[in-house]
Design a protein around this ligand. Structure first.
Ligand SMILES: Nc1nc2c(ncn2[C@@H]2O[C@H](COP(=O)(O)OP(=O)(O)OP(=O)(O)O)[C@@H](O)[C@H]2O)c(=O)[nH]1
Ligand SMILES: [Mg+2]
Length: 198
């Protein structure tokens, strides 16, 4: 759904952070928001319950600067991960140019990760996006937790990343992996955009 306006020379792309409840999608956006200088970001909008679960979505507009003469903007969204918000997830996913799948590295969350990844594929297919070709990056979050609680990234990768997309270990609470993930999905989206417009 990326918008390319040749008159004003602007590109706007939509990136959706997807994943099971409490995997750290909102935390990724908070960390990004905290690091990006004022002039490069808009207001972050979060619609959450009193216990900080995402109710509808989070939204963060970012200005990536000028790329090949075009002002490039990325709009970051998160979906609500809780299983029963399926309708909202579909709505937020509409028109995504790229998806970041945020997995929870805790061993006890493995089934939730797999279920959410399947839910992503189903919803993409329903919308007419090809889940095998849409730009996708996977993040194994919460790698800061004690070793006995989490799975190593190789194991998570075997269980989830069957497409072999770029994947990153992360600790969204403190930052490691957050910008690597964002940079990777941005590159994939822009590469797809430029190959499509040629
Ligand atoms: N230790 C640790 N905790 C994290 C990390 N990322 C998120 N959390 C915590 O996990 C909880 C859930 O994080 P959120 O970012 O709200 O999760 P979410 O994926 O947006 O959840 P929903 O909105 O319900 O889908 C919060 O208490 C966060 O502080 C991480 O990398 N490490
Ligand atoms: Mg959230």
């Amino acid at each position: 759904m990326s918008l390319v306006n040749y008159q004003t020379r602007e590109i706007t792309c939509k990136i959706v952070y997807y994943g099971p409840g409490r995997s750290g999608k909102t935390t990724n956006l908070h960390y990004i928001y905290g690091q990006v200088p004022e002039e490069r970001k808009g207001k972050m909008v979060s619609l959450a319950t009193q216990t900080d679960r995402t109710l509808f979505f989070d939204f963060l507009p970012l200005d990536l600067g000028t790329i090949s003469g075009f002002t490039t903007r990325f709009q970051l969204y998160t979906v609500p991960g809780q299983v029963y918000y399926v309708a909202t997830r579909k709505l937020v996913l509409q028109g995504a140019d790229g998806v970041v799948f945020v997995a929870d590295s805790q061993a006890r969350q493995l089934a939730e990760n797999i279920e959410s990844f399947q839910d992503l594929h189903q919803n993409l297919s329903e919308q007419g996006s090809d889940p095998r070709t849409i730009p996708l990056v996977i993040q194994y979050n919460k790698q800061d937790l004690p070793r006995d609680l989490i799975l190593p990234t190789e194991e998570l990768s075997d269980a989830i990343n069957f497409r072999g997309v770029p994947d990153f270990a992360a600790d969204a609470l403190h930052g490691p992996g957050v910008f690597e993930t964002l940079r990777s999905i941005s590159e994939l989206v822009l590469r797809k955009l430029s190959s499509g417009s040629r």
